[in-house]
Design a protein around this ligand. Structure first.
Ligand SMILES: [Zn+2]
Length: 263
C-alpha cells in the first residue's frame, strides 16, 4: 500500500522553487551518468593493464618452476652418467679378475660380478634415456612458455604508454566532473541531495519521471492518488516500487522525456 509522505513539502521553503530543484536534480543525474561512464572507462583501462601484468607474473612463476625442475633433471642425469662411468671402471676390474681366475669358483664369482654390474649399467642407461626424453619435452615446454612470456611483455610494452596516457586523460576528465558535481549538489536542499545520493548508491540512478502513471525507471504503475498529486502541481515524491525520486513530465509526442544517459 502506498502511504502518502510529506517528502516534497520539506523542500518547499528552500530558496529554489520545486521546478528549479527538478532542473538541478536533472543536471546532477546527467553529471552522474557521465561520471559513471568515465569510471567505467577507467576500470576497463586498468583491467587491461592488470590483465597483462598478472599474465606476465603467472608466466614468470611458471618459468621459475620449469627451470627449477629442469635443473633437478639435469643434476640427476649428470649423477647417473657419473655412476655409469664408475661402473665401467669396475667392469674393467671384474674382467681382469675373470682373466686372472685360476679356479672354477673364482671364475664363477667374477662372472656373477660382471653380470650384476652389466645389469646395473643397463638400468642406469635406461634411466638416463627416460630422463633425456623427459627433459627434452620440458625444454620444449619451457621455450613455448618463454615465447608466450616475451609476447606478453612486448604487448605490455607496446600498449602501456597509450593506456597510461588514456588513464591520465580520463582521470582528469573525471576530476573535472567531480568538481562540477560538487557545485551542482550545493544548489540542492541538503536533505534532498542526501536522499538522492542514498538512492543512487543503491540503485545506480536516483531519478525517475512519469507521464502516464507508470514509473519510467522501474515501469511499475504508480498508485492513482500519487499520480494525481504529481500531475496537479510540480512536486517531488518517491516511487513506491523503486524508491527513486519521481516527478511528472507532460507526455510528449516523441519519447524524449528522459534526459539522455550520456552527453
Ligand atoms: Zn519506480
Amino acid at each position: 500500500m502506498y502511504v502518502p509522505t510529506s517528502f516534497s513539502s520539506s523542500f518547499r521553503s528552500h530558496e529554489l522553487s520545486i521546478p528549479d530543484q527538478i532542473r538541478a536534480l536533472e543536471k546532477l543525474a546527467q553529471i552522474d551518468a557521465e561520471l559513471k561512464g568515465l569510471q567505467e572507462q577507467l576500470a576497463q583501462e586498468r583491467s587491461t593493464l592488470d590483465g597483462l601484468r598478472s599474465g606476465i607474473a603467472k608466466l614468470d612463476e611458471k618459468l621459475g618452476a620449469s627451470r627449477a625442475s629442469l635443473a633437478v633433471m639435469d643434476k640427476t642425469r649428470a649423477e647417473l652418467v657419473q655412476d655409469v662411468r664408475n661402473m665401467t671402471q669396475q667392469l674393467d676390474h671384474s674382467r681382469e679378475k675373470l682373466l686372472r681366475s685360476r679356479t672354477e669358483r673364482e671364475s664363477n664369482a667374477a662372472q656373477r660380478e660382471l653380470e650384476e654390474l652389466r645389469k646395473l649399467v643397463r638400468d642406469r642407461e635406461d634411466e638416463i634415456g627416460k630422463l633425456s626424453t623427459e627433459s627434452e619435452a620440458s625444454r620444449q615446454q619451457l621455450e613455448a612458455t618463454e615465447s608466450d612470456h616475451a609476447k606478453l611483455v612486448a604487448e605490455l610494452g607496446a600498449r602501456e604508454g597509450d593506456i597510461n596516457s588514456k588513464l591520465g586523460e580520463v582521470s582528469s576528465k573525471e576530476r573535472e566532473k567531480q568538481t562540477e558535481r560538487g557545485a551542482a549538489t550545493k544548489t540542492l536542499p541538503a536533505q534532498l541531495y542526501r536522499r538522492y545520493d542514498m538512492i543512487r548508491l543503491k540503485r545506480g540512478t536516483a531519478l525517475s519521471q512519469t507521464s502516464d502513471g507508470t514509473c519510467n525507471a522501474c515501469h511499475m504503475a504508480l498508485p492513482p492518488q500519487l499520480f494525481h498529486r504529481l500531475r496537479r502541481e510540480p512536486i517531488l515524491e518517491q516511487c513506491p516500487s523503486c524508491n527513486r525520486i519521481i516527478y511528472f513530465v507532460a507526455p510528449q509526442p516523441a519519447a524524449a522525456s528522459i534526459p539522455p544517459e550520456r552527453g
